[in-house]
Ligand binder design. Structure first.
Ligand SMILES: Cc1ncc(COP(=O)(O)O)c(C=O)c1O
Length: 409
């Protein structure tokens, strides 16, 4: 287990909610932010605030150095070959939409196939639905095994020579399933398709290596990995990005503007129209420093241990159904569950009365809810600052809720 000292870096955790110490189990929605990230943003606004890439003055140069320095940190974090392959966006959603609107509209035509899975977040469904509608392509879903994992047999059975794009979540935000991205990428490439990875729930927890995965695009968000909201990343292979058109046009992304024709800056800036998210990128850079100091392997191990501990204790609660892989080594620190017929919103409300923050609802994954044959679930998601004591509190809260609802439901 990671040391509980880590908690001292997160000021928000040291408060009471409804008279109880806060137990934050909703990091899958957004993570808390360490002092290092808060200070980096404060430092930027107090000492460097200026627009980037255009200043001849000292502040402008400082801001540009910090912004581009953050890009280099991201490059190293995901092991991209060049910072040309690292585009700052607003988050995973924007990154995936950029691939669909730019690569997709230029390369997908009627009769082609786009392949995703039943466990995707809406952000990795709707851009492809729209692309399929606009181009006449077919959107296909890879079916899941009963335990919420993907089998390579099903992957092979779904991807064909007509497939142009395969887009799969690395870690499911509902089931916690960790998907075999490297193997799926290989199958996609054998059929001449490109591989897009939704890394929103992977980047906070797993050491990413885009060269080892060989994926063509990877999308993730800063706010789920200790960084601020409003910043995310689109990684793309340089050869693909070079051929793609921007989807946003305006200042910052241009080289020359004439009355009727304009040309674009080189990579990665041609995809960053308008004043960039400077403070956000700097905050993300500080988050990467923080996570790397602790070590992604250590973080992943910590979460597996918490997940195993929680699943063991939760399975002992009669009437509690856990969705997703039963083997904790096959899942990240995300546990989705229902308690008898109690509506997850009611359950989450009672837990909140006890200071415990969990998520309830469809988790932006309505097709997966349909697949699970439920309308909603509750979800506890763990991060590096959670402890076994947090899980004990969750278990106690669930037992209290169970007693409370025995009379109601
Ligand atoms: C798996 C997955 N994909 C995509 C997203 C969308 O991320 P964002 O809202 O930061 O764009 C989320 C957010 O919860 C997610 O969990």
């Amino acid at each position: 287990m990671l040391s509980t000292d880590i908690r001292s870096h997160f000021p928000i955790l040291h408060q009471e909610i409804n008279g109880h110490p806060l137990v934050y189990l909703d990091s899958g929605a957004t993570s808390q932010k360490p002092t290092q990230v808060i200070e980096a943003i404060k430092n930027y606004y107090e000492l460097e605030n200026s627009n980037v890439h255009r200043g001849v003055h000292t502040l402008g140069n400082r801001a540009t150095d910090s912004y581009e320095g953050a890009r280099e940190k991201v490059r190293k974090f995901i092991n991209a070959t060049s910072t040309k392959e690292v585009i700052f966006t607003r988050g995973t959603t924007t990154s995936l939409n950029t691939v669909a609107r730019s690569y997709g509209l230029a390369n997908v035509k009627e009769g082609d196939e786009i392949v995703i899975t039943y466990m995707e977040h809406h952000s990795n469904i709707i851009p492809w639905q729209q692309l399929a509608k606009e181009t006449g392509a077919t959107l296909k879903y890879i079916d899941l095994e009963a335990d919420g994992t993907l089998s390579l047999e099903n992957v092979r059975a779904t991807i064909t020579d007509k497939t142009k794009i395969v887009s799969v979540v690395y870690v499911s935000n509902v089931l916690g399933t960790m998907n075999p991205i490297k193997e799926i990428t290989q199958i996609a490439h054998e059929h001449g398709a490109i591989m897009v990875v939704d890394g929103a729930q992977a980047s906070p927890h797993i050491k990413l290596d885009v060269q080892a995965l060989d994926c063509d695009f990877l999308a993730f968000s800063g706010h789920k990995m200790c960084g601020p909201t409003g910043i995310g990343v689109l990684y793309g292979k340089q050869a693909l990005l070079e051929k793609m058109e921007p989807i946003e046009f305006g200042g910052e992304m241009i080289d020359f503007v004439g009355l009727y024709e304009s040309t674009w800056k080189e990579l990665p800036w041609k995809f960053e129209g308008g004043t960039p998210i400077i403070a956000g990128a700097i905050g993300l850079g500080a988050a990467i420093d923080f996570l790397e100091e602790i070590g992604l392997d250590e973080i992943e191990k910590h979460e597996h241990e918490l997940a195993a501990y929680a699943m063991d204790k939760m399975s002992a609660i009669e009437g509690l159904t856990i969705y997703g892989p039963t083997d904790p080594s096959k899942r990240a620190g995300i546990i989705t569950f229902n308690l008898n017929d109690v509506h997850p919103h009611d359950l989450a409300t009672v837990l909140d009365m006890n200071g415990i923050a969990v998520r309830a609802g469809h988790h932006c994954a309505q097709p997966l809810m349909k697949w699970l044959q439920v309308s909603a679930t509750a979800r506890a998601s763990f991060y590096l600052y959670n402890t076994k004591e947090d899980i004990d509190s969750l278990i106690a809260g669930l037992r209290t809720a169970k007693e409370y609802f025995n009379d109601v439901y």
